[in-house]
Design a protein around this ligand. Structure first.
Ligand code: HEC
Ligand code: HEC
Length: 228
């Protein structure tokens, strides 16, 4: 609900509500552009996904995007699984829950036109994330990361299972590169979800080395579980 109110405020601020209402189903990329402001917090203004923290929205077709957004809104996890999504359903779904069919059409038109399927681009290659800092993460100090993690466990749980305090999400199973990118986004003070106010102060004091060490440790929690 908060999310919804926030997106309405963002819409009003960006002037989208003053745009003429479209009477038909075809999406209006101009209207989609204003509606995209709330999405940019996670997916980036350029749709690049903030260095692997979030899925890239580049190279997605209009119809495909609309279908995925409707699936998040309607809770169609089966469809999402069939297209390789759903692992972080809980982070994306609240952002789609307030969208009308018209909003979805406009967003899909904008995403496809602005970031999308220009067949000449190297989008295939771009779709494979090459997250920043992989090399440093490989050299990271997992033990140091484990020591640092003790302050995170209060909320995220000893095993990164999530849900201990403040609705903290599950961390177990996230790849190291993604954890590192997410922590850097929080460190900048970017609000990503309803409870970012709880997480941002946890990240502001972390150095790049701390982040890499934490990411490396958290990824090993995932491995332990997968090996069982
Ligand atoms: C709080 C962060 C966040 C916000 C804000 C957000 N998303 Fe997402 N989005 C995600 C995550 C995480 C996923 C992957 C979810 C999963 O695993 O199913 C995702 C997935 C998607 C996908 C599927 C990507 C693919 O690989 O096919 C689309 C499309 C999408 N989001 C569009 C949007 C749009 C449009 C908005 C704004 C209305 C938005 N998102 C707002 C976090 C966010
Ligand atoms: C006070 C409770 C609390 C503490 C302590 C805490 N977190 Fe969080 N964390 C959260 C909450 C709440 C969120 C979701 C924030 C949002 O809605 O954007 C979050 C989100 C995250 C995410 C993003 C997960 C995703 O899938 O989007 C990562 C990564 C993360 N925290 C790592 C850490 C690490 C590493 C530490 C220790 C340095 C830590 N957190 C300490 C509460 C906490």
């Amino acid at each position: 609900m908060k999310q919804m109110r926030r997106s309405l405020i963002a819409l009003a601020a960006s002037g989208a509500l003053a745009a003429p209402l479209m009477g038909h189903a075809a999406g209006d990329p101009e209207a989609g552009k204003s509606k995209y402001t709330t999405c940019a917090a996670c997916h980036g203004a350029d749709g690049g996904g903030q260095g692997g923290a979030f899925p890239k929205l580049t190279g997605l077709g209009e119809e495909e995007t609309a279908k995925k957004l409707a699936a998040y809104r309607d809770g169609d996890q089966e469809y999402l699984k069939s297209v390789g999504l759903g692992g972080r359903y809980g982070t994306m779904a609240p952002n789609a829950s307030g969208l009308s069919d018209g909003d979805i059409a406009d967003l899909a038109a904008y995403i496809a036109e602005e970031f999308g399927g220009d067949a000449t681009g190297g989008d295939e290659a771009a779709a494979e994330p090459a997250p920043a800092g992989n090399g440093e993460i490989a050299k990271a100090d997992v033990e140091r990361g484990q020591a640092l993690y003790s302050s995170c466990a209060i909320c995220h749980g000893e095993q990164g299972e999530g849900g201990h305090l403040m609705n903290a999400p599950k961390l177990k199973g996230l790849p190291a590169s993604q954890v590192a990118s997410l922590l850097k986004v929080y460190r900048k003070g970017t609000e990503m979800g309803q409870y970012s106010y709880a997480m941002i102060p946890q990240a502001t004091h972390l150095s790049d080395a701390d982040i890499n060490n934490l990411a490396a440790y958290i990824a090993t929690i995932g491995e332990d579980q997968a090996a069982e």
